[in-house]
Design a protein around this ligand. Structure first.
Ligand SMILES: Cc1ncc(COP(=O)(O)O)c(C=O)c1O
Length: 391
């Protein structure tokens, strides 16, 4: 039987004629193919059979040791290797935590707005999601206290809070130091496990972000998920978890790692070799320079083409700019018009577990050239101007 459809190799699917601000993927031209080829060859040459064997459940020592040292160096938080677990990226780390630590029907607190695909993972585990509002300084502590009280009243006290406090997706905002300390304090007081998704931490463009939440105290209550997806390549499916040694051991002894060994063991060896060759730090520095310029280009285009009444904040890092529309406009309702005009984005409702966010949209600057961004935002500005005029 003939096949008329070729199955895709990648998740990204671009539509001709549309400037796609919706995809939060790294730029293909920034993926280090040649250096990875060198690292793959080097890993097999140096570690041979160990690369192709079942891996140590915590991750190969060749990666765990230098990664612990690197995280201590770039994040200023000294880290012993027993606090580190190699994962298949933030998504797999979050899924594993839910598998081991939650039951369907448990309450889970989520910052709002929040990374929309983390909501998918939490929902896969049947968790009852309770949004916690945020503002320009990030998660609001009063809202967190209210949510904790609400779940206690309902007889299902929340045991888990998921948030991405640094250059977050979708708003680009960063949780202030005072609120980090507050989250750490509340977590310890309420026996709450904070899952800190830190995937954009190294992509800062103006100044280093505040230290991770666990460094403000109560680190036994905080699990931090990191990833090579944004600083190296998402196809590696490689990341890490920083947690209390007892929780790392819980994961190591769980069925998944006991049966299959460490996840993504071959790519873990490749990345260990990439780091041994001292390629990672210069690569991240180069990414910062490129993405900083793209952020500035997108902010400049928005300044120029957005109609009055639409506002945005320029983020200090990450991939995204969050736009607030003129009062009364609905980003989801406008999307078909925008796409017909040749520009796409993600509507704000996707990032709320409770239907909020109608007046916002998310733009990603990670993948587009300056010319594309200028053209796309000019189109978006026209659509928004016409929609506001129609009333
Ligand atoms: C906040 C956030 N967390 C996690 C991820 C995915 O991480 P990983 O590829 O390591 O699973 C993304 C990707 O867009 C993200 O924006």
């Amino acid at each position: 039987m003939g096949r008329d459809k070729v199955l895709p190799d990648v998740q990204l699917a671009l539509r001709p004629g549309i400037v796609e601000f919706g995809w939060g993927h790294p730029s293909g031209d920034l993926l280090p193919v040649a250096d990875m080829q060198r690292a793959a060859g080097g890993a097999l040459a140096r570690a041979g059979v160990a690369v192709l064997s079942y891996g140590a459940p915590q991750g190969p020592g060749r990666l765990v040791e230098p990664l612990a040292a690197r995280l201590g160096r770039v994040e200023g938080e000294a880290l012993t290797p027993e606090r580190l677990l190699i994962t298949g990226g933030v998504s797999q780390g979050l899924d594993l935590l839910c598998t081991l630590l939650t039951q369907p029907g448990d309450s889970a607190l989520v910052e709002s707005p929040v990374y929309h695909l983390a909501l998918r993972i939490l929902r896969d585990h049947g968790l009852d999601l309770v949004p916690v509002a945020s503002d320009a300084e990030g998660l609001r502590l009063d809202a967190l206290e209210d949510a904790l009280a609400q779940t206690r009243r309902r007889g299902r006290p929340a045991r888990l809070l998921y948030l991405a406090p640094t250059f977050t997706n979708p708003t680009g905002r960063t949780l202030s130091p005072a609120r980090r300390a507050g989250v750490a304090r509340l977590a310890a007081a309420h026996d709450l496990l904070v899952v800190e998704d830190d995937v954009y931490r190294e992509l800062w463009y103006d100044a280093l972000p505040p230290p991770p939440i666990g460094s403000y105290g109560g680190s036994a209550n905080v699990v931090r998920l990191g990833s090579f997806a944004k600083i190296l390549a998402p196809g590696l499916r490689l990341g890490w978890m920083v947690a209390d040694p007892a929780l790392v051991q819980r994961c190591v002894r769980g069925g998944l790692l006991d049966s299959g060994g460490g996840v993504n063991h071959v790519t873990a060896h490749m990345v260990a070799e990439y780091m041994r060759l001292d390629l990672l730090d210069p690569h991240v520095a180069a990414l910062r320079a490129v993405y900083r310029a793209r952020r500035d280009t997108l902010a400049g285009a928005l300044q120029r083409y957005l109609p009055p009444g639409c506002t945005f904040e320029t983020p200090g890092g990450g991939y995204f700019i969050w736009v607030r529309l003129t009062e009364g406009l609905d980003a989801a309702a406008l999307l078909p018009w925008a796409e017909a005009a040749g520009v796409s984005y993600l509507p704000g409702t996707l990032f709320h577990s409770d239907g909020g966010g109608r007046g916002h949209l998310r733009l990603s600057f990670s993948m587009l050239s300056p010319a594309e961004m200028g053209q796309g935002i000019e189109r978006l500005g026209n659509v928004l101007r016409q929609a506001a005029a129609r009333g």
